[in-house]
Unconditional design. Structure first.
Length: 546
């Protein structure tokens, strides 16, 4: 069985105390891909996503880079900002990272994650670009679309609303509609009833009371938390059996204080509960009877709405972007309200509360509707179609890489024109020197010996083991080199074997420079197998002076 293809996924954020819908979606994709590929997840810092990916046995590395918010905003500044970013050392670090880890293709998540996509194109790597949000509808939106098209082989939209701007014929073959999904087993359905009783008991909510919730990663104006509170205030007088729960991070303290002031202005502030961000949603949603999603921006999808359906809850929402698709496609269109129409939202909630039989019927239906429309089987069918196309492109690229590997000779010392790590070509792979000290230890000069090549050409070579000055010497040093112990004898190292060289004259005759002989301890020499005496031999082809 051959080696599995390698894919690197780039997340635009990794918060220390919460995880967003976009991050959950990327983690789900990474976990799905790990069944088929070698997966590396790149995050900008340590946080929740890092921890959850590690728990799912996914390799995670930290590499920060600037985000191109002007692209998401369809701002005329996007072109200059991207050019400025591409001229920074940070950009070179991204290219270097791709050069070193050498993925076969990459996935970037969200429209602001433009730099990894651009860096991948420098190396000729295929790019799948996931768009989770609706680009701002300015007169420059088409330019944002063109930038994404330039660097993406595939443009994955999580809803029709997200893909709407990508309507030019040139892009049609690249577009893929793949709705977010989830791993049902990871949500532990068998524990939902217990979790429901536990959380409701913690807040003193009995079985006869109705708990309506609003859930977000972070309480913010665009999530409409103030709208939810105002709706609660309208409903309180009519429905004394209803309580309200607001779940999410409280880090936007100014807005949170504004919301708490609104709570105090309601008829009964004690019936509105604040719950901190809950990373284990299976401990939160079961306690709710209904979920309200009052988003004040056009959401790319509306993961909270889907989560409510997954847990079999009635879901009411403002018709904001992709949320329309979530509810309409699951038969819940009657619970969509025009964005910002607070009184209609309250009336829709009122109608639902008054019909307990109707609410129970909706709850029972919604979980199955979520599975039928957005479940893992539906997702996998669409995703597999994409992966078949990815595999074809990757296989073609690998064939071209195999041909390109003959361009530079064994023993060449190479560096990319954008990346900064120096590599030794050895046995068909490029071995990175960990630093200048390692180059000096093995008698290479970082100025005179290094040949600068196009990074896309260098990408043709798989990355081998790092060259360093650390022990064990036989693992961390070049496989082909001249060694000398405490005596006058010179040995030609070839893999695990050292061959004594008959004389320095014979060495010079082959083109090897005596100044390149590496001095080692006799203990190190003793670790190698002893080979036959060398009287004449040919070292590496002469790509550098020896």
């Amino acid at each position: 069985m051959g080696l599995r293809s390698k894919v690197m996924l780039f997340s635009h954020i990794c918060e220390p105390d919460r995880i967003t819908g976009a991050e959950k979606w990327l983690l789900f994709i990474a976990t799905t891909l790990s069944r088929r590929y070698e997966v590396i997840l790149v995050v900008p810092r340590f946080g929740k996503l890092f921890l959850e990916a590690t728990e799912n046995h996914i390799q995670v590395i930290i590499q920060d880079y600037p985000l191109l918010w002007s692209l998401y905003e369809s701002s005329p500044a996007m072109h200059q900002e991207l050019a400025n970013f591409m001229a920074t050392d940070t950009y070179r670090l991204l290219v270097n990272q791709l050069q070193t880890y050498r993925p076969d293709w990459i996935v970037v998540n969200t429209s602001v994650c433009a730099l990894p996509a651009s860096a991948a194109k420098e190396l000729g790597l295929p790019v799948a670009w996931i768009i989770n949000e609706i680009l701002y509808p300015t007169i420059h939106q088409i330019e944002a679309v063109q930038i994404i098209n330039k660097y993406a082989n595939w443009i994955i939209g999580i809803s029709e609303s997200v893909l709407a701007p990508f309507s030019i014929p040139l892009i049609n073959d690249k577009k893929r509609l793949i709705f977010p999904s989830w791993n049902d087993a990871a949500l532990c359905p068998e524990k939902w009833e217990k979790n429901r009783r536990s959380l409701r008991a913690a807040y003193g909510i009995n079985d006869q009371e109705i708990l309506i919730g609003s859930v977000s990663a972070m309480l913010s104006p665009h999530k409409g938390i103030d709208q939810f509170i105002r709706m609660a205030g309208i409903l309180m007088s009519r429905f004394p059996q209803v309580k309200f729960l607001i779940a999410g991070s409280l880090e936007l303290t100014g807005y949170v204080e504004e919301c708490k002031s609104l709570v105090q202005a309601t008829p009964d502030p004690s019936r509105i509960l604040f719950h901190s961000f809950e990373d284990r949603i299976e401990q939160l949603y079961p306690a709710l009877d209904a979920v309200v999603v009052p988003s004040m921006i056009d959401e790319g999808f509306g993961m909270t709405a889907l989560e409510g359906l997954i847990f079999g809850k009635a879901v009411l929402a403002y018709g904001s972007g992709g949320i329309n698709e979530v509810l309409t496609n699951t038969g819940n269109g009657e619970f969509l309200v025009p964005k910002g129409d607070l009184h209609q939202l309250a009336q829709t909630a009122s109608n639902l509360i008054q019909s307990e039989i109707g609410m129970n019927k909706i709850r029972n239906r919604n979980r199955q509707a979520a599975v039928d429309t957005f479940g893992e089987a539906v997702f996998q069918k669409r995703f597999d179609t994409l992966l078949q196309q990815v595999d074809l492109v990757v296989n073609d690229l690998n064939k071209r890489h195999q041909m390109a590997k003959f361009r530079y000779s064994e023993g060449s010392i190479l560096r990319g024109d954008l990346s900064y790590v120096v590599f030794l070509l050895e046995e068909g792979v490029k071995r990175p020197f960990c630093n200048e000290a390692a180059m000096a230890r093995y008698r290479y000069n970082i100025v005179s010996d290094v040949q600068v090549v196009n990074d896309a050409e260098l990408q043709a070579y798989p990355t081998g083991h790092v060259l360093s000055t650390e022990e064990p010497f036989e693992v961390n040093s070049p496989m082909n080199m001249m060694l000398m112990g405490s005596g006058t004898g010179v040995y030609w190292r070839r893999g695990e074997t050292i061959h004594p060289v008959v004389s320095l004259e014979a060495l010079r005759a082959t083109g090897w420079d005596p100044n390149r002989i590496v001095s080692v301890s006799d203990d190190i020499l003793a670790r190698f197998k002893q080979g036959s005496l060398i009287t004449t031999f040919a070292p590496y082809p002469q790509t550098i002076a020896r």
